[in-house]
Design a binder for this molecule. Structure first.
Ligand code: CA
Length: 423
């Protein structure tokens, strides 16, 4: 286990007991405060450690790289330095924040420059996303959707147990937590209607997902094996794949999701590194039938990450509608990346690969309203007496995720998105 994950580590920066951001986490993000341009920071407790301010005082001089990467408006150039460098930076930050280290703690002027309260800062998109792919890797979710959209007796299509199904999504409409989303308009047609109609979606949904971000590019024609995949994965964010079910039902045949998905996806602003998640590895499910050799893997490639979704109504009441866990994924990230590149498809730094809706085995662990309300048949009762089949205008969906072990909680913060009426 890397020393940065040691549960006994403590920081001189106060970290509340329920914080997602202890010294063992150190997620990277892009922030902007009242003073200064967008720049790189690391979350610690209720603060952001300003990496550009530390670099200007020589705090990273022992690691050879261009320190200007800390003053850019995306993480792309930093993560492109490679894990050798980014992990050295992570270790150095852990050292600087350690309660026994005085380099920043004992330097009042530097401390006041380098620590920014999260409540005084705005978080921005952490990466520029060249490409976005969405997988469909939860067996429970694929089964539930197959039962509702197709044939309950044959819910999983024949390919599903043999390859991680996915589609190429839209990178341009991925937005950071806090960005409102307008209800999409589009074509819908139910079986009972003779002709399609046009208007605002009547069944707007969320999808609870995690997405990994790649930190290394490949050349066209190259493939990544399951054993190599972790070297290419920089970290993860929460991902809400907003979905208009009525548009989806009409448009998805035969080529899959399109306008039902590309009007917006929300992500959490802090990128939690694969290194921070190391203590939370878990066994994946047994894959039967046996997968083809290029999809085989060894070791623990799943991660135990608690996930939850809450709906906040316009009058301020909130209800948690799902508790799920990333460990339920049938196909793991290494298999997804190996499959994605097995044909020679090249990947870029900053690419985002979403897991697909993460549903667990029980109805309180389903990752979408489609499943929670079973297509609207069993609405969610809200504390204010209203009910939800899907998401109403001016509702806010809040996703959270954290892993916890040995008294250490490594979390993602929040992924928040409010739905505004159609434009
Ligand atoms: Ca999805």
């Amino acid at each position: 286990m890397p020393k940065t994950n040691d549960p006994s580590l403590k920081s001189w920066v106060p970290v509340p007991a329920d914080s997602d951001f202890p010294i063992q986490n150190l997620p990277f993000g892009i922030f902007k405060s009242n003073s200064g341009n967008p720049r790189l920071g690391v979350a610690i407790g209720e603060y952001i450690l300003d990496l550009s301010a530390l670099a200007k005082e020589g705090m990273f001089d022992q690691i050879p790289f261009d320190k200007n990467v800390f003053s850019l408006s995306t993480l792309n150039s930093f993560i492109a330095l490679g894990k050798h460098t980014t992990n050295a930076v992570r270790e150095r930050i852990s050292e600087l924040l350690n309660i026994n280290n005085q380099e920043v703690q004992g330097n009042e002027s530097l401390k006041s420059k380098a620590l920014v309260k999260q409540s005084d800062a705005q978080m921005l998109m952490p990466v520029s996303v060249p490409n976005y792919t969405d997988f469909y890797s939860s067996r429970e979710h694929a089964t539930n959707v197959g039962m509702m959209f197709r044939d309950p007796a044959n819910a999983l299509l024949p390919n599903w147990l043999h390859l991680p199904v996915g589609y190429h999504g839209r990178a341009s409409s991925i937005v950071v937590s806090g960005t409102p989303i307008h209800r999409p308009k589009g074509q819908t047609k139910t079986d009972a209607e003779a002709m399609p109609s046009f208007g605002p979606s009547k069944s707007l949904d969320f999808e609870l997902e995690l997405a990994f971000i790649t930190g290394r590019a490949t050349a066209l024609g190259e493939s990544i094996t399951t054993a190599q995949a972790e070297d290419y994965i920089f970290g993860l964010v929460l991902f809400n794949d907003w979905s208009a079910r009525d548009l989806q039902r009409w448009e998805y045949v035969p080529l899959g999701p399109f306008l039902a998905k590309n009007f917006g996806s929300s992500i959490s602003p802090w990128v939690v590194t694969l290194e921070a998640l190391e203590p939370f590895r878990a066994e994946g499910p047994v894959q039967e039938p046996e997968v083809l050799p290029y999809l085989k893997y060894s070791g623990k490639k799943n991660y135990e990450i608690n996930l939850e979704v809450a709906i906040q109504t316009p009058n301020g009441v909130s209800k948690t509608v799902s508790h799920s866990n990333f460990k339920y994924m049938y196909w793991n990230m290494c298999q997804q990346l190996a499959h994605h590149t097995v044909n020679g498809c090249n990947i870029s730094v900053g690419d985002m690969y979403a897991s697909g809706t993460i549903s667990g085995p029980t109805s309180d662990s389903y990752g979408s309203m489609l499943e929670i309300t079973w297509g609207g048949k069993d609405p969610v009762q809200m504390p204010d007496g209203t009910e939800r089949k899907f998401i109403n205008d001016n509702d806010t969906v809040v996703m959270k995720g954290y892993a916890e072990r040995d008294g250490v909680r490594v979390g993602f913060g929040e992924c928040v998105g409010k739905i505004l009426p159609s434009k």
